[in-house]
Design a protein around this ligand. Sequence first.
Ligand code: AMP
Ligand code: GLY
Length: 417
Amino acid sequence: MNVLVIGSGAREHALCRSLSLDPTVTALHCAPGNAGIGEVAELHPVDALDGKAVSALATELGAQLVIVGPEAPLVAGVADAVREAGIPVFGPSKEAAQLEGSKAFAKDVMAAAGVPTARSYVCTTPAEAATALDAFGPPYVVKDDGLAAGKGVVVTDDLEAAKAHAAGCERVVIEEFLDGPEVSLFAVTDGETVVPLRPAQDFKRALDGDEGPNTGGMGAYSPLPWADPKLVDEVMETVLQPTVDELRRRGTPFSGLLYAGLAITGRGVRVIEFNARFGDPETQVVLARLRTPLAGLLMAAATGNLADLPPLRWSDEAAVTVVVASHNYPGTPRTGDPISGLDEVAAEDAPHAYVLHAGTRRDGDAVVSAGGRVLSVTATGEDLAQARERAYRAVARIGLDGSQHRTDIAAKAAAEA
Ligand code: AMP
Ligand code: GLY
């Protein structure tokens, strides 16, 4: 199979890594990619938001499957353009991707499908926002309606900060605070059949101890030893299948990756958000554990054949990933700094630990930083403690001036397991 992956993050590197290990994949392309992806796939420059350019590239390469990684191209209709060119694509249509593109749309779908989520108001004026904030009380949860790369959400006890965030957005969703641990559960779907993957936990805050601002995600681990073994079945029944059924009923079936961000509250599971694509960095740990070859799974979703797929196979190992971010992330990151230690990780830590690149690019012989989240080090082990130890041993070899990473990824779960 000839496969083209669209995107340039660590998620796309994880996808390409798995695809490169899949014996059915005979040619692997990525556009635009990054320095690390270039080691496993052939890179092509493309504007990932331009559907015409992406479908022209896919046609030219003879791609038999196109996988659209990030949300922005999906919301821009890139999957539709590729589908119109007659090429199977893993990723939802522009309309179905509104599940991530608009938090208000997602709330409407959940209400129609009876999916449990936080009570909320959609507000377009400061007066409406003030009334909604008052109705819920602190902690305040204020979400920009549109796409914001994980940074559009403010959770705060400070009423003035909550109002200020609301005032900076055209349309906001203000909602009830959900207390309890968060879980990310991904499902592969063809619009009808839903195949859940294994749950993971992300660390959204920038600093240790869940302090600091929200980010796109600073690390992740899987499995979740503390979670109820029935969690996946419950989420399938109350969240994933009803949401997929509702979108099909509306005439806008969702095919691709449905990502449920969940809070496990004292009153049960609640949806915090939906995403219309693989999560980053959770994908790094989920794919590290998946034994079923990836291309066939994603192709089955793209062509409506998931019902015929045998059950997925999983490794019993645990996986941990730690994100190394640039100086000043999640603010405007500093870029262009040389990254050292990549060869040492490859020589000393593989195959149990490896680097997945995000914001990196080649500069002559050097690899330099080119974004906020620069790379993520992923490791597997017999249990979370071993995976964690291997991941941090490799992180310690990476040199990047001014970089930051959390030191407590999976620490609590590993200690309790
Ligand atoms: P989102 O972009 O919707 O995933 O929100 C980013 C992060 O903000 C989530 O991962 C949570 O940590 C936090 N958050 C969002 N909504 C809520 C809520 N209703 N209650 C508590 N925390 C929330
Ligand atoms: N890890 C959070 C996200 O992918 O949105």
